[in-house]
Write a protein that binds this ligand. Structure first.
Ligand code: SAM
Length: 248
C-alpha cells in the first residue's frame, strides 16, 4: 500500500470489509481443536487478531503486517483488553515469512491474501501449518456467473483488480495446492458498511480540505468514492467471501 493509501485509511477500525461476527462465524465453522497457535497475516489494525485471541480455544496469535502503526495499535489494544500475553505483533512481509515449518495450527488472513496472490499465499501457508491445520481467508470475488455480471462492474474490476475470480475458482486452486475445502460464506452487506465503507466516507469528509491541496489525495479519494458507488449499485454481483480450508 502506498503512503497516501495508509493516510486515507488511518484510524479506520478495519482496512477491508469484515466484522467480529464473521470472524467468529468462520472460527465456529472450523474443526474443534484446543490450544490453536494462530498466524494472522496482513492483520492491519488487528480486529481479527483480537477476536481470535479472546477465544478460549486459541492459545496464541502471532499477527504480522508491514505497517508498523497497525502493529503498535494492535499491541496496545490487546494489552487494554487483557490479551497482551496472547498476542504477538511482528513486522514481517507475507512474502518473506520467517517461521519454522508446522509452527501454526491455523492461518488467518482477512482481505490481504491478494497482495501475494491466492495460489501463492496458499502455497506459502501450507508448510507453516501443522498436520490437520486449517486456513481461513477472505477474498473479493465475483458472486454471479460471467453472463450475469453488469457491464460496468466488469469494466471497473478488469482495471482495478484483474485477478478477481469466483470463489469456485479459488476453491479449485486450494485443492490443487494441497487443501480440503471445508466451506465458504459471503460476508453480509453490513460487513462492508459498518466498519469499513461508512468510516471511510467519514474519513474522506475529514480530509476534504487536505484533498483540495493535494491532487494525488484528491484522485485517490475520487477512486474510493467510485468504488463505493459501484458497490452501492451492484452489491449482489461481487463481494468478499470467507474460504475455510484444511491442510491435506
Ligand atoms: C486490506 S488490508 C486488511 C487488513 C486487516 N486484515 C483488516 O481486515 O482490517 C491489507 C493489509 O495487508 C498489509 N500488507 C500489505 N502488504 C503486505 C505484506 N507484503 N506483508 C504483510 N502485510 C502486508 C497492509 O499493511 C494492510 O494492513
Amino acid at each position: 500500500m502506498t503512503r497516501l493509501l495508509y493516510h486515507l485509511h488511518d484510524g479506520l477500525p478495519r482496512q477491508a470489509p469484515g466484522s467480529d461476527e464473521s470472524t467468529c462465524e468462520a472460527l465456529r465453522r472450523l474443526p474443534e481443536a484446543k490450544g490453536r497457535r494462530v498466524l494472522d497475516i496482513g492483520c492491519g489494525p488487528g480486529r481479527s487478531a483480537l477476536v481470535l485471541a479472546a477465544e478460549p480455544k486459541v492459545a496464541h496469535v502471532t499477527a504480522i503486517d508491514i505497517h508498523r502503526p497497525y502493529l503498535d495499535h494492535l499491541t496496545a489494544a490487546a494489552a487494554a483488553r487483557g490479551l497482551g500475553e496472547r498476542v504477538t505483533a511482528r513486522r514481517m512481509s507475507m512474502a518473506k515469512m520467517r517461521f519454522a515449518p508446522a509452527s501454526f495450527d491455523l492461518v488467518w488472513c482477512e482481505g490481504a491474501a491478494y497482495f501475494l496472490g491466492i495460489r501463492e499465499s496458499l502455497e506459502a501457508w501450507r508448510p507453516l501449518l501443522a498436520a490437520g491445520g486449517c486456513a481461513a481467508f477472505t477474498e473479493l470475488c465475483w458472486l454471479v456467473p460471467p453472463s450475469q455480471r453488469p457491464r460496468e462492474t466488469v469494466e471497473y474490476w478488469v482495471k482495478a483488480y484483474p485477478a478477481m475470480r469466483s470463489s469456485r475458482l479459488h476453491q479449485q486452486t486450494a485443492r490443487a495446492a494441497g487443501y480440503r475445502v471445508l466451506g465458504t460464506f459471503a460476508l453480509p452487506d453490513r460487513d462492508w458498511w459498518d466498519e469499513y465503507l461508512a468510516p471511510l466516507e467519514a474519513r474522506m469528509e475529514l480530509l476534504a480540505a487536505e484533498a483540495a491541496r493535494s491532487r494525488t489525495l484528491s484522485r485517490l479519494m475520487a477512486e474510493s468514492r467510485s468504488a463505493i458507488a459501484l458497490y452501492r449499485r451492484h452489491s449482489r454481483s461481487f463481494g468478499y467471501v470467507f474460504h475455510l480450508v484444511s491442510r491435506v
